[in-house]
Design a binder for this molecule. Structure first.
Ligand code: SF4
Ligand code: SF4
Length: 101
């Protein structure tokens, strides 16, 4: 079944869903809140952040929010809690907390 994700609603039956792991319409990945199945949560501490942006390119889910040369925080709707950002941050501005927030 190749259903356009933009046409899926709460009323769509299971036969009308897309297969798992497939996205059948371009530009729709933002509609999947992959953060719902996160196990761990990155905690961002703005006071420690030097805005070096080492963390942003390594995030596999583009969940590090950057605007106008500043790190704004972490998009927990899409973050999967892998912890890579916390590993690469040289200033301990991101730490991982067990569980979902
Ligand atoms: S790596 Fe650390 S210090 Fe650098 S922008 Fe990311 S959170 Fe801030
Ligand atoms: S924990 Fe992983 S997915 Fe979440 S912001 Fe950090 S690098 Fe991205």
């Amino acid at each position: 079944m190749r259903t356009d994700i933009t046409k899926i609603t709460e009323k769509t039956s299971h036969t009308g869903l897309t297969e798992g792991m497939h996205v059948y319409n371009a530009g729709t990945s933002r509609m999947f809140n992959t953060g719902e199945w996160r196990n761990n949560t990155p905690v961002y501490q703005e006071d420690k952040c030097k805005h070096c942006f080492l963390c942003a390119p390594v995030c596999p889910d583009s969940s590090i929010m950057v605007k106008d040369g500043k790190l704004l925080g972490i998009d927990l709707d899409h973050c999967k809690g892998c912890g890579i950002c916390a590993e690469v941050c040289p200033f301990d501005a991101i730490t991982m907390k067990e569980g979902i927030e």
